[in-house]
Ligand binder design. Structure first.
Ligand code: GRF
Length: 192
């Protein structure tokens, strides 16, 4: 991966589906001198993603891709990647599962952030699961994306303590705060 680094920043696409707080944070990070990435493309599977506003306010190309037919959607994304010379992909709250075929094309160049201490609690409702199991800690993980959901090699994790009477909402808020520190740190680890 590190061989992608030259003097120029690695052109990166961020895939989102929702609020986009990680996207907002990654855009801010990408503008710092130390950042090894620039964000050149934002993909959303829905026009309802609130995070799309950050594409507009930062003048970054955005595309909404309907995933009803995944093969066709991925074909469109692949050609956008080529057109924009994208070399790295950050999934940030992207709610669609990419095919093995697509992942192979970007082998080792797609990373994701997940709100649990993987391998615990893959998939959805991670905060509910951690609280229900009376765990003392949860947290977040940045990992490489491979063909199995939330299963690729772990890059970095951050633990967050679960307090007595913690609610899924309060835990999500605490973890999200850590996600905003962890994602840039993990990108630095992979690319600098
Ligand atoms: C984050 O908790 C992320 O870990 C998960 O989805 C949430 C997205 O939040 N995959 P945001 O859209 O970046 O605010």
């Amino acid at each position: 991966m590190k061989k992608l680094i030259g003097l120029k920043k690695v052109k990166t696409a961020v895939f989102i589906s929702g609020t986009g707080s990680n996207l907002k944070n990654l855009i801010k990070f990408s503008k710092t001198k130390k950042s090894p990435i620039s964000i050149n493309l934002i993909i959303s599977n829905t026009m309802k993603a609130k995070g799309l506003k950050y594409a507009i306010s930062n003048d970054i190309e955005k595309k909404i891709i309907n995933f009803k037919y995944r093969g066709a959607a991925e074909k469109k994304i692949f050609s956008l990647m080529r057109k924009n010379d994208i070399k790295f992909i950050c999934l940030a709250g992207f709610m669609k599962v990419l095919s093995g075929n697509f992942i192979n094309k970007f082998n080792g160049k797609i990373i994701n952030i997940h709100p649990s201490l993987l391998p615990k609690y893959k998939g959805l409702n991670t905060h509910e699961k951690a609280i229900k199991n009376k765990d003392n800690f949860s947290g977040c993980t940045v990992h490489f994306v491979d063909k199995k959901l939330d299963s690729g090699k772990i890059i970095m994790q951050k633990k967050v303590r679960i307090l007595k009477n913690e609610s899924p909402i309060s835990l999500a808020g605490k973890i999200l705060k850590q996600e905003h520190k962890l994602y840039p740190a993990a990108i630095m680890k992979v690319l600098s």
